[in-house]
Design a protein around this ligand. Sequence first.
Ligand SMILES: Cc1cc2nc3c(=O)[nH]c(=O)nc-3n(C[C@H](O)[C@H](O)[C@H](O)COP(=O)(O)O)c2cc1C
Length: 183
Amino acid sequence: MTTILGIPGSLRRGSFNRALLEAARALMPEGAQLEVAGLDGIPLYDGDVEASQGIPAAVTALKDRIAAADGIVVATPEYNGSMPGVLKNAIDWCSRPPEDQARVLRDRPVAMLGATPGRLGTILAQDAWLGVVRTLRMRPWYQGRLMVSAVHDLLDDEGRLVDSNTRDQLRAFMAGFVAFVDD
Ligand SMILES: Cc1cc2nc3c(=O)[nH]c(=O)nc-3n(C[C@H](O)[C@H](O)[C@H](O)COP(=O)(O)O)c2cc1C
């Protein structure tokens, strides 16, 4: 079984990016599963805290889930034309200590997608992640792109992704990424 870890880059209970990943759970290809990890409990990075107390428990838990996954899918919101601080902060923590990067992030297959009520589908946020992914020497999947615009029009009253076109795109995106991971 191929296990993909989805990381929604938002703490918001009604997060559209989390909704995208929740929808993807049921759209995975045969032989693959998607787990979703939250960012709750991850404090702001503080080098003094790291030096005196080590890696916070919530960060260690996320790092271990990333390390156990065959690949990760990051659902990034876009804030002011870039990635949101809460998500960047979590990935920064996950890159600590540097000696643990090989276990957690290096060569880890990664794909980006994102949803916004706006019109450009988080393309700027997704592109902003490329430099981070390169710095961490992850293995990005470039073949698929999924940028979901006007996402509020694509969900039902319970926040479930019901738009069939977007569901098809999400299914194809996940199948492509799983094929890349399994290759
Ligand atoms: C500080 C801030 C900046 C934002 N900047 C952008 C932006 O540059 N582009 C965009 O498409 N949406 C922007 N938005 C709107 C977000 O796409 C929207 O809040 C979205 O719901 C966030 O993702 P989530 O639903 O997963 O929490 C911004 C929102 C906030 C709070």
